[in-house]
Design a protein around this ligand. Structure first.
Ligand SMILES: Cc1cc2nc3c(=O)[nH]c(=O)nc-3n(C[C@H](O)[C@H](O)[C@H](O)COP(=O)(O)OP(=O)(O)OC[C@H]3O[C@@H](n4cnc5c(N)ncnc54)[C@H](O)[C@@H]3O)c2cc1C
Length: 510
């Protein structure tokens, strides 16, 4: 098939092919999982004329794209169920919560499916960085005072000739005035403080009070705050303004897909067996409400079940594929959320994130419902090893630790955080983790650079089964990755069908 050019490479498989509306007519596809990848694949295959059945183990669509509202039950393996008690209209995005401007496929579907979006305020200069010793700085102070000191030092170095090897006289002439503006330096190149960091005295009416900047925080004190690097968070391209969120919760996107599917998703359908035949795929699934087993066959399968879950399903994949599935290691990630009166808004924080380090990592303020009486405060969102440790704590302790951090950051308000709930993604059935860590045990970033043998193998069709999901994209922690992978799956499936036309001509003729 490769010789015939019928299987595209990974890069080519990522774009959505433009298929005629009857391309798939007479052909059936079973899609396993109704997360963003499964829903996208189902929607696009439906558009290309396929008969599509989607099997979803949960009683809702969306998968990891999950919004918790008042009365919802949080079920975790090995833990007592938690029931969310949130005030009216409040919601908690337990999984995805923000969409960057450049995730155009996801934003495009929101437009196509009629999912209203609003701005997600991902950073606020009013929020804080707080060191382990409890000392905190407003973002605007940490960012602008650090910049002022660095500009002053660089100015000194240039003026003392320390950079003469690197800079021409013309470079120096251009750099010095830039540094003055960059750091808000005085005429002698010194940094004494800046109004960018706020006010020592606030401008008032008449001549009662003029605006004056606060004293510069000494560089030593800024550097002593181990959260100082978090001031660069908003420069990460995935985190840059403008970011978006669906109005009313991230699960509105999945709901949009659900509305657009002609054949309803089969919910409560826990897939337990997959048979990958020469001409058909067979799936057996349990109706989790009745316990009854049912089965379904189709020409092709798109499987989006997360790999740690799929590893436990009875499948007849070739041994290297089965081994690859078993070996994918998933990360840890936790969130803890509270329903609270908006005390942070009285402290002039409207959206954005305070970085606190430790096991809980951050406090994330809601972008929705500004100025309303109450809102959801995310008081823990951490991943990796510290999240693995945190998830071992009893749920009540996780909630109390998150509350204690809020109290340290916003003294007097920890007690106002009500009805805390914790989500440990590695304990969530049908997910068993937030995203894969393809380079587990190895240092370095994975986003954008994944190229391991198992990753390549699972990005190839296995017989009539095509794997898809954010896990098989360069951005396993983003919904956009799920969509890219689903688009790749549609392309691969079209190629499989073209290959069938070559290898099974009689069947096609029939
Ligand atoms: C904590 C957290 C924060 C995140 N933040 C962001 C963010 O801010 N922005 C962003 O864009 N993305 C974010 N993501 C990533 C995003 O949630 C995922 O990339 C995306 O939702 C994955 O979609 P998927 O379809 O690949 O997988 P899933 O959503 O996991 O879908 C798989 C589906 O398969 C179903 N399934 C499992 N087992 C079976 C079975 N046996 N039978 C039938 N069905 C089964 C599951 O129930 C599920 O519905 C975050 C994820 C997490 C966990």
């Amino acid at each position: 098939m490769q010789a015939l050019g019928l299987f595209g490479n990974i890069a080519a498989a990522q774009s959505l092919p433009s298929l005629p509306r009857n391309f798939g007519s007479g052909k059936s596809v079973v899609v396993l999982g109704a997360g963003i990848a499964g829903l996208t694949a189902a929607y696009e295959l439906q558009q290309a004329g396929y008969t599509v059945h989607v099997l979803e183990a949960r009683n809702r669509v969306g998968g990891r794209s999950w919004t918790v509202r008042d009365g919802d039950r949080i079920v975790m393996n090995g833990e007592a169920d938690q029931v969310a008690r949130f005030s009216e209209g409040a919601y908690f995005n337990a999984g995805p919560a923000r969409i960057p401007s450049f995730h155009e496929r996801l934003l495009g579907y929101c437009g196509k499916l009629g999912v209203p979006l609003e701005v997600e305020i991902n950073s606020s200069r009013g929020a804080y960085i707080m060191g382990g010793d409890g000392r905190k700085q407003r973002m605007r102070v940490a960012i602008n005072d650090t910049r002022g000191h660095i500009a002053e030092l660089l100015t000194k170095a240039v003026n003392q000739g320390a950079l003469d090897q690197s800079l021409t006289p013309e470079d120096k002439a251009a750099l010095l005035p830039f540094l003055k503006t960059y750091g808000d330096l005085d005429d002698k190149g010194g940094f004494k403080g800046t109004l960018r960091s706020g006010f020592k005295t606030y401008p008032d009416a008449g001549v009662r009070s003029f605006a004056a900047p606060p004293e510069a925080v000494p560089l030593r004190d800024l550097l002593a705050n181990e959260q100082l690097p978090a001031t660069l968070f908003e420069d990460n391209v995935y985190m840059q303004a403008t970011m978006f969120q669906p109005v009313g919760g991230m699960d509105r996107i999945a709901a949009g897909f659900q509305r657009a599917l002609k054949r309803p998703v089969i919910l409560n359908a826990d897939v337990q067996r997959v048979r990958n035949g020469d001409r058909k795929v067979e799936v057996a699934f349990k109706d989790t409400r009745t316990g009854a087993m049912r089965s379904l066959s189709a020409d092709y399968m798109v499987c989006t079940i997360p790999f740690p879950v799929l590893a436990k399903v009875d499948c007849d994949f070739a041994p290297p594929v089965a081994q690859a599935i078993k070996n994918v290691v998933y990360d840890h990630s936790n969130k803890v959320a509270f329903d609270a009166p908006r005390f942070w808004e009285k402290d002039q924080i409207f959206g954005g994130i305070s970085f606190v380090g430790g096991d809980t990592s951050l406090v994330w303020y809601p972008s929705a419902g500004l100025f309303s009486p109450r809102g959801m405060l995310l008081a823990c969102y951490s991943s990796g090893e510290r999240a693995a440790r945190f998830a071992q704590l009893p749920i009540a302790e996780q909630v109390e630790r998150a509350r204690a951090v809020v109290e340290k950051l916003h003294p007097g308000h920890g007690g106002e955080c009500a009805n805390g709930v914790a989500v440990n993604w590695n304990k969530i059935p049908y997910s068993l983790g937030p995203w894969p860590n393809w380079y587990a045990g190895m240092a370095g970033r994975q986003e954008g650079t994944i190229d391991t043998d198992p990753y390549r193998l699972l990005n190839q069709p296995a017989g009539r089964v095509i794997f898809a999901g954010a896990a098989l994209s360069q951005t396993p922690g983003w919904q956009e990755g799920a969509i890219q992978s689903a688009h790749g799956a549609v392309a691969d499936l079209a190629n499989l069908q073209r290959a069938d036309a070559v290898t099974q001509p009689t069947r096609i003729a029939a």
